[in-house]
Design a protein around this ligand. Structure first.
Ligand code: ACO
Length: 384
């Protein structure tokens, strides 16, 4: 029996790789040439010259801000840095063994409980919700990490940018300028990337005329998977498991022989070198050297060399997660905070795409090809 809902124009595309779901002005990706632009500006240019806050403005409003606009935007974000006493209490009653990504997902969802505008679906209200999520996520991640280490929560400081403020709340002291800038650059590089899996999840949610909290909650849950944002944690686990430059060869070749994927390599869109990884590679070297973690960079370089020879011709190269792992580790972040920090950055892209969809919406509702039986009898339970 044919699927009566299917029409001849329909295609089956399990990973949706061949489906374009609409227009977007946010980020441009050329997977063949290895190009990434936010609103037309090359990622390398932004990483060298911009700030995370400025990139958030760029992604949300499709242009670079004037200095007065940036100042106003930053002060808006900073005015939402603090968590309410109730939310801090929620963090303190969370089991210390919980995974930070689960905590972030739950807490972002909980932000809706105390937002008076929660049910206001105007574009302006959704924009304000996006800023609140962007502003409060660092306090949630840092707060939970301190709670699980039996340390008191540190209040945010409105004089600091997002990256500096996060490190200050996490460690209870001001970070060095270099480290704060290093994190700022990582946030820029992770801020947006077209319709990746988590952004798509956000768009599916907003497409039902749900709200920004629901959209970002769905996105965080999706980012968590090891085939997406969770890969950076797997990269670090792998580097720790290898432990020694001498053991890299055996480890990587063993994985390849067993047809196991090596985390931090390959990308659904990039078949050329991921332009974010290109910048991060130089960066990972500097920060590893500065923090006495040179061996991590050396192991990463060796893994890249082996992978290039083995699968480079298939278009498998390091992705953004490969060199961000050793960079975050060198900055002193716990491994299970890597993906939450990724989420902190991607809040910008999730919001930008969700708002874009909000203004030109169509319910996202694909179909599947039913392959089960038809006219099957209902067998009473006692006869099964
Ligand atoms: N290690 C070894 N071989 C690989 C890898 C890898 N990491 N990735 C792909 N390949 C091989 C596959 O085995 C396959 O080989 P075959 O043709 O001989 O069967 C070929 O390359 C194509 O791979 P696919 O899985 O079909 O590529 P796809 O586009 O579906 O997958 C993905 C992309 C999921 C990212 C994949 O490369 C992967 O699992 N990588 C490791 C996880 C990872 O790093 N994810 C982060 C992605 S970036 C991000 O989300 C922020």
């Amino acid at each position: 029996m044919a699927d009566v809902t299917a029409t001849p124009a329909m295609v089956t595309d399990k990973g949706l790789d061949r489906v374009i779901i609409g227009d977007s002005t946010k980020s441009f990706i050329d997977g063949v040439e290895g190009v990434l632009e936010y609103v037309g500006i090359d990622i390398d240019d932004l990483a060298r010259n911009s700030t995370f806050e400025e990139c958030c403005y760029l992604l949300l409003f499709d242009r670079l801000p004037t200095s007065a606009e940036l100042q106003f935007f930053e002060s808006e974000i900073r005015s939402h840095y603090e968590l309410s006493d109730e939310l801090k209490e929620m963090i303190k009653v969370t089991p210390k063994t919980a995974s930070p990504m689960h905590v972030l997902r739950t807490m972002v969802s909980a932000l809706a409980h105390e937002d008076q505008e929660c049910n206001d679906q105007s574009i302006e209200a959704e924009e304000r919700k996006a800023l609140r999520i962007l502003a409060k996520s660092p306090a949630i991640i840092a707060g939970f990490d301190r709670h699980r280490r039996d340390l008191p929560l540190v209040d945010p400081d409105r004089n600091l940018n997002i990256a500096t403020n996060f490190l200050m709340m996490l460690n209870g002291e001001m970070p060095g300028e270099q480290t704060a800038r290093a994190l700022d650059v990582c946030l820029i590089l992770h801020a947006d990337h077209g319709i990746n899996a988590s952004t798509f999840a956000a768009m599916v949610a907003i497409g039902t005329q749900s709200d920004m909290y629901s959209a970002v909650t769905a996105a965080i849950g999706t980012l968590r998977g090891p085939l997406h944002g969770g890969a950076n944690e797997r990269v670090m686990d792998m580097l720790n498991e290898i432990g020694d430059l001498e053991k890299v060869d055996g480890f990587i070749n063993g994985r390849l022989e067993r047809k196991e994927k090596v985390p931090g390599f390959g990308h659904r869109v990039y078949k050329a070198y991921d332009p974010r990884a290109k910048y991060l590679k130089t960066f990972a070297k500097t920060i590893a050297e500065e923090t006495g973690n040179h061996h991590l960079f050396e192991m990463s370089r060796k893994i890249e060399e082996i992978m290039e020879a083995a699968v480079g011709s298939k278009g498998i190269h390091p992705n953004v997660d490969f060199f961000s792992a050793s960079s975050y580790y060198s900055m002193g972040l716990a491994i299970d905070l890597f993906t939450p920090v990724f989420a902190m950055a991607r809040n910008a892209g999730w919001a930008a795409h969700a708002l874009e969809r909000h203004q030109d919406n169509r319910l996202i509702r694909p179909r599947c090809n039913y392959t089960g039986p038809h006219a099957a009898p209902y067998v009473p339970i006692e006869n099964r």
